[in-house]
Design a protein around this ligand. Sequence first.
Ligand SMILES: *[C@@H]1O[C@H](CO)[C@@H](O)[C@H](O)[C@H]1NC(C)=O
Ligand SMILES: *[C@@H]1O[C@H](CO)[C@@H](O)[C@H](O)[C@H]1NC(C)=O
Length: 210
Amino acid sequence: MYRLGYVRLILSLFALFVLGVLASEDVSAPGVGSDSIDPTRGSTFDTPATKDSTINRATIACHDCPDSDCFKCTLGKNATVVAYTGTNINISALIGFDMSVDGSSVKSCNIQIPAFTDLPQSDITVIISKAAPTDWNEDTVTGKNAPAVSAQIASVVVPALNNLGPVDITPACQGAVDGKFSVYFSAKSGRYEFWARDWGSPAILHVTKV
Ligand SMILES: *[C@@H]1O[C@H](CO)[C@@H](O)[C@H](O)[C@H]1NC(C)=O
Ligand SMILES: *[C@@H]1O[C@H](CO)[C@@H](O)[C@H](O)[C@H]1NC(C)=O
């Protein structure tokens, strides 16, 4: 009796061991075939702006600029950026990103700019446009050499006393060259100003991959 019980115990343990091995192989089995799918597919990531600058194309006299020529001002290192549309005044904020993924792997993206330095006292319309893929840097960009303004991609009304929330700019992200692209923020009319990267407060891009 004692011996029979001992054999049964051994057999049971062996059976449990075999079942355990089978079960563990079952768990790993679904991995077959999914190896070819990008594990980051559908994932999201945030990336801060790498550069920003006010681009002044006003045709008035700007006494703070070289030769009082607004187009010659370099404002890339300022703590804020400005958008201002008025009579003979054409000023916009240029913001550049480097997503480190190709535009073709972007499903959607939106941009969150930092807070306005002063909340608008009446409704303002913020216009976002693509910038031509010309390279630029904060030390040298001016109204003369800045990328051309390209297609408008968004127009958003910001109610008085509010900040601007996230805005979908998917077409700009998808047009990125080597992950790099820039967008212009302008005002349909009037003026707004927001904190800049050089103040420690870059615009943030939220990207969803295909
Ligand atoms: C840029 O910054 C300089 C120095 O802080 C300041 O004098 C100037 O008014 C600023 N210009 C704009 C357009 O914000
Ligand atoms: C401002 O200047 C840009 C670039 O030259 C131009 O595309 C845009 O139409 C101008 N905007 C206004 C309101 O004049």
